[in-house]
Design a protein around this ligand. Sequence first.
Ligand SMILES: [Zn+2]
Length: 321
Amino acid sequence: MPYQMQSPPLHMNKRTLLFSFLAIVLAGCKPSAEKAAETATAPTAVKSGKPQVLVANYPLQYFAQRIAGDAVDVRFLAPKDEDPAFWQPDEAAITAFQNADLILMNGADYSKWADKVTLPESKVVDTSASFSKTYIEVRDASTHSHGPGGAHSHNGIAFTTWIDFKQASMQAQAVGDALAGLVPAAKDSITKNTEALKDELEAFDDRMSALSRRLVQHPLVASHPVYHYLARRYGMNVKSVLWEPDTVLDEKALNDLNEILAGHRARWMIWEGEPSKDSVDKLARLGLQSVVFDPCGNVPESGDFMTVMKANVEAMEKAFP
Ligand SMILES: [Zn+2]
């Protein structure tokens, strides 16, 4: 498709860019025949010989890298500016998934693209399978769009599974089990790293659970319907509008909010990212304060999964002391 050919950088994450850069630098020192062969397979070719692990979202990329370290190559292909759940992989990305040694899926119908693609079943691991009986079903027909992925709705199974930190820990276990099966030689360190990661996730779970008693007393409004599992696990009473952090709060947006507030006397709004000063001010006039809880489905601007979750938990502790 011409769009994809014109904008390759959109489909590369930082690591891929760095890799391509290195590949070009290295290619500069090679005889021309070899150079031609390398150029033909750049930028997605990986010559490490390590098992290739393809992941559906950033949390799974982080988990797999923390757990397996250098034993595997972990590749997350969704562009930084898209929601990986609603991303449509191009043919090269689909081929990469089909050729992977292990495919870590989020489960909970996360990757909408996977319905239309045949993946090698024996390589696919659904990291949420152990709690699939307790998925939350969403019935909210509103369609909207964010990013270049086109319109979508959040109807169906709620998929932001990992912001219930107990569920995140179960996903980490599934990632650890799959990686131990893939690289038996590294089983000891994989087991150790899995336990360490689960301990950190469960420490967040304890801190959020400690807030539950206060959270049940505060109806909340969410800027986007992604907090179902967080709300269920930590006793939060949340209703959602359909805003992005950069949504301009025009009359329609504020009407949508006021409709909710009429029967749901919230004093806090949860955002996926830092809202604009204008939004914060407009909400303050309605008696609403703003708090950020970033689900971090894609690679964060700075830090990593753990620093983002730590900031989330600290923000909630500060908001509900
Ligand atoms: Zn949405």
